[in-house]
Design a protein around this ligand. Sequence first.
Ligand code: UDP
Length: 320
Amino acid sequence: MKYLVVGGSGYIGSHMVKHLLRAGHEVVVADTAAADPGIEWVELDIANAHALDTLFGDCHFDAVFHFASFIQVGESVSDPGKYYQNNVAATLTLLNAMVRAGIRHLIFSSTAAVYGDPQYVPIDEQHPKAPINPYGRSKWMVEQILQDFDRAYGLKSVCLRYFNAAGADPDGLLGECHEPETHLIPLILQAAAGRREAITVFGHDYDTPDGSCIRDYVHVADLASAHELAVEYLSKGGTTTAFNLGNGLGFSVQQVIDTARDVTGRQINVVEAARRDGDPARLVADATRARLVLGWQPRFDSLEQIVRHAWEWELQYPWR
Ligand code: UDP
């Protein structure tokens, strides 16, 4: 198959590209940032309809994977225009170009943030969608647009609602590198490596056993395998739908820090701070549907493995 990976130079997108190439597919990356050497890369912003039409005129794609979005909850609150412009308006430009070009299959990166404050955990796909910040709303808007695009134009899509994407390539070739970094595991490991003074724990008075927030960490390589299964599902005639992607296991911020101490053998200084706005106490996936319908089998379902791969990547930092 020939696939376009939009946002294929980013954290999850680059793991996806590696996974697809390894499975023998042809892959083109469309991104404003360069892809790794040896990967076919088109410098392209999906807000540019003309550039998309040119690309789709030159190449036929069997499906598009769309990873290109802004992901910081706090920034989405302070600058919602940026989030709705990129995550919704630019995505709409991409979808319209796909319809014009007759590309009928899309795999879309969605998020547990579409659910908002959980009414129950683990969260299944039927849970009410009530996002509590512009980031979550932007993803839920696209999910709804995709349902309309299926009804009107026959564009079939799978929305994959990630819980906490984490870890790094088990071969050590790829890893997480956001600028600025806001995610828990890389920040803890930077503290372990001495690249920052301490890890700040946001909130120690939640209604959880140790008072810190509980999240469901899912390995980025397992996310990639779920995407491949999702595109196969569409190619076999699957209908437009959404799946949660998580391990169904919740770990507190404190447990992640303890695991990182064990894995790294390093001292990790902790600073306690106030809660971060918009953080629910507990987000844990019920990902039964992805297992049943897609046959998804996460390979790295232990926090220790996730942290170990991220640490192996962190240790390469000076050479990046
Ligand atoms: N967190 C924290 N300190 C940090 C970054 C994150 O305590 O420096 C907490 C955050 O409040 C949340 C969990 O770690 O409960 C995971 O946060 P992250 O930003 O990695 O992912 P999110 O849950 O926002 O997608």
